[in-house]
Design a protein around this ligand. Structure first.
Ligand SMILES: [Zn+2]
Ligand SMILES: [Zn+2]
Length: 372
């Protein structure tokens, strides 16, 4: 009997010990998962999230680049060669015009690069900027008001503010830009000037334009982001941001240092790298001016590239620093923009329906639904 009892006690003790051990194991597990793993899990999930957003951005970037390459490869054999044939046929015509132009103004590279470029860019800026300004001053035609990105702003524009912009822009185009054009000329001379008489081929111009666009995006994005650092913003870039709803001619309304490093150097990068012909540089500078006038115009017109991103930059300050939006996507500086209705409108409109009517604000949507 005694033996039986002692056996029973032993087995009970063993069971107890086993239970205690299991409890301890469980506590160890739960403590390690509860107190140690939880805090480390959170950042790792955040990290994973960041990684996935960067990956998705890179994936979409790769998609854009690869589709562009495929389109280019496909078009290379059809459209561009067709254009080249057209260019070739009309090439003599353009060459003859160029020769006649050089016969009239002379072919001194210094005069063409410095005075030619300065006069041309001044004329392009004020011819097209002037048209936008007339719309802003007269507040006519009424039909164009429907294309305003920020309705109710600059309708009409304040004359005092406008005059301040005009004086600043003319100062930047002459006192600042002409000495820089002289420096650019000597940089090109050091690099090796091309034969001024001979115009480049159509394909070469296309290639140079593509490189100019990419290098300008890099130069403008980083210089612009740098201008948004605390001190540079306060002493330099703030002037350009006086206009939260910009108009076309405010495109180069800025501090002289900003004009040099953010507006003049980035478009020159491709010209310098490729050692471009002066005629190609004139074509490129004209396109860059038209692009920045459109980006600041405050109008999202049909069949024009969308100015929504840069307009949004003027409205919110810390979003959309680039021209193309490629680097904003990579660096995630367009995340807020992409969650707005402005992003839905950020496309080239291929109809005459105003973007604000095609993609109304969420509030006005609800308002309309409530009315119905
Ligand atoms: Zn701007
Ligand atoms: Zn800015």
């Amino acid at each position: 009997m005694l033996k039986k009892n002692s056996n029973k006690n032993k087995s009970r003790r063993n069971r107890k010990l086993k239970q205690e051990k299991m409890l301890m194991d469980f506590e160890e597990d739960s403590s390690s998962s509860g107190s140690e793993l939880t805090p480390t899990r959170k950042p790792s999930s955040q990290h994973n999230q960041q990684n996935t957003t960067i990956l998705s951005s890179l994936r979409s970037l790769l998609l854009v680049i690869s589709s562009a390459l495929i389109c280019f490869a496909a078009a290379r054999n059809t459209i561009t060669w067709h254009c080249q044939r057209f260019w070739g046929a009309s090439g003599d015509f353009w060459q003859a015009q160029w020769d006649r132009f050089l016969d009239t103004v002379g072919e001194d590279p210094f005069n063409l690069c410095v005075y030619g470029t300065s006069i041309l860019t001044f004329c392009v800026y004020w011819l097209f900027g002037g048209i936008y300004t007339i719309l802003d001053i007269t507040n006519k035609p009424a039909a164009l008001r429907r294309y305003k990105i920020q309705p109710g702003t600059n309708e009409p524009v304040d004359t005092k503010r406008l005059l301040k912009v005009i004086w600043c822009v003319i100062f930047n185009q002459t006192v600042v830009a002409i000495p820089l054009a002289i420096m650019f000329y000597y940089a090109m001379k050091y690099r090796g000037l091309t034969n001024v008489r001979e115009l480049p081929t159509f394909h070469w111009v296309l290639l140079e334009l593509a490189i100019n666009i990419l290098l300008e995006e890099i130069g403008f994005y980083y210089s612009h982001r740098f201008l948004h650092s605390k001190y540079l913003y306060k002493y330099i870039h703030k002037q350009h941001h006086e206009w939260t709803a910009p108009i076309a001619v405010t495109a180069i309304y800025c501090h002289p240092l900003e004009h040099i490093f953010s507006n003049l150097v980035p478009p020159f990068l491709g010209i310098f790298v490729m050692g471009s012909h002066v005629a190609t540089s004139w074509l490129w500078f004209s396109l860059a001016i038209l692009s920045t006038l459109n980006a600041h115009s405050g109008y999202h017109l049909p069949f024009f590239p969308s100015p929504e991103a840069h307009d949004f930059h003027h409205l919110k300050f810390n979003q959309c620093f680039g021209v193309l939006g490629l680097l904003d996507r990579i660096h995630g500086t367009d995340t807020n923009f992409r969650s707005t209705r402005a992003y839905a409108r950020h496309i080239m409109m291929l109809s005459f329906i105003p973007p604000r009517e095609a993609f109304p604000d969420a509030n006005s949507c609800k308002h309309k639904l409530g009315k119905q």
